[in-house]
Design a protein around this ligand. Structure first.
Ligand code: ATP
Length: 320
């Protein structure tokens, strides 16, 4: 490997910049040149790229978002477009590509690998729901952002004897809701992986209020149901439970990355470059049973981690 390309793709996540820095500086440290491709696969097809040196990735380690910008590209799903992308990379002397993104971005990287361009994917998404890893860059920051927001909402909920409903991100997976729910001491957490009906939510709220609670927090992952549904149901079906609704939205995707995200970004970056150097390619870098490993794309589905059942039970045991 003489020169790598690096790009960020799909939704941005805090810590992507730390990965760009880690990948660039570790590659240069190993004598490999780096080309930064702008705007993901979209930019690859538009032939937008810049050479990266040590200084060009300075002062970004603590910034949310991605200095390379990110995008989605429907066109890139066609094989002819993928061939064009590879041609452009070759014209720049790139002989290996590091892709930072979610499941879709990994699929794109796998396609490029099959057509002869070696790729490595580093998991970057706040949702923590990628095959091949227990951890994705951005997750810890998102959980801490939710925790911070809920702590503020909690002050008001307590003062006004309210049931605070907080909708968080997580279409397919409830990792953010569950981890933030434990961390903030929520009474009820709704995740896409588990079914709780609205009458059951009411029953639990009534039970905890009978034990002397006057305010409660319910965290709803958007993929379970909408916060609005929970809000309306409680409003219409309880006499004195005064619900409030907060939809956190995009604040969860931004912000300075936490120590854990920057640490993992740096460690994953080192593993990505070392893998390419040692001829391990077309693989996802991830944490599997607490070890940093490179798993071939075809095998990644074997390491599809789900939310922890014990943790799900614990949040409700502690929250009553
Ligand atoms: P997020 O976690 O934010 O959803 P993601 O990487 O999963 O991130 P996607 O929009 O699913 O985001 O994918 C990003 C890009 O990857 C797409 O716009 C497309 O260019 C490419 N891509 C996705 N799926 C495929 C596929 N099956 N084949 C080729 N390329 C793909």
């Amino acid at each position: 490997i003489h020169k790598i390309g690096v790009l960020t793709s799909g939704g941005d996540s805090p810590g992507m910049n730390a990965v760009i820095r880690g990948v660039t500086r570790y590659a240069l440290y190993k004598g490999i040149a780096v080309e930064g491709i702008l705007r993901g696969y979209e930019g690859l097809l538009r032939e937008e790229s810049i050479p990266l040196d040590r200084r060009s990735v300075g002062e970004i380690i603590h910034r949310g978002g991605t200095m390379l910008k990110t995008a989605r590209s429907e066109e890139f799903k066609q094989v002819s477009a993928q061939h064009r992308g590879i041609q452009y990379l070759r014209s720049k002397g790139v002989d290996g590509l590091v892709v930072i993104g979610g499941d879709g971005s990994m699929k794109g990287a796998e396609c490029l690998g099959k057509l002869g361009m070696p790729t490595i994917t580093i998991p970057g998404t706040i949702d923590n729901d990628m095959a091949g890893t227990e951890y994705t860059i951005g997750f810890d920051t998102a959980v801490n952002t939710v925790l911070d927001a809920v702590n503020r909402i909690r002050d008001t909920a307590f003062s006004h004897d309210r049931v605070a409903i907080v909708e968080v991100m997580g279409r397919q997976a409830g990792f953010i809701a569950l981890h933030a729910g434990i961390a903030c001491g929520a009474e009820i957490v709704l995740v896409p992986e588990k079914n709780i009906t609205l009458p059951e939510i009411k029953k639990r709220l009534v039970a905890s209020h009978q034990q002397g609670k006057t305010s409660s927090i319910i965290i709803v992952a958007e993929g379970a149901m909408t916060g609005e549904e929970v809000y309306q149901y409680i409003k219409e079906n309880t006499a004195n439970m005064n619900p409030s609704l907060t939809v956190l939205g995009y604040i969860q995707r931004g912000g300075a990355p936490t120590a854990r995200d920057v640490m993992m970004a740096s460690v994953f970056s080192e593993k990505a470059i070392d893998s390419l150097i040692h001829g391990v390619e077309n693989a996802i870098i991830g944490l599997v049973h607490c070890e940093v490993v490179a798993t071939p794309y075809e095998a990644a589905q074997q390491y599809k981690f789900a939310i922890n059942n014990d943790m799900y039970n614990l949040v409700h045991a502690l929250g009553q």
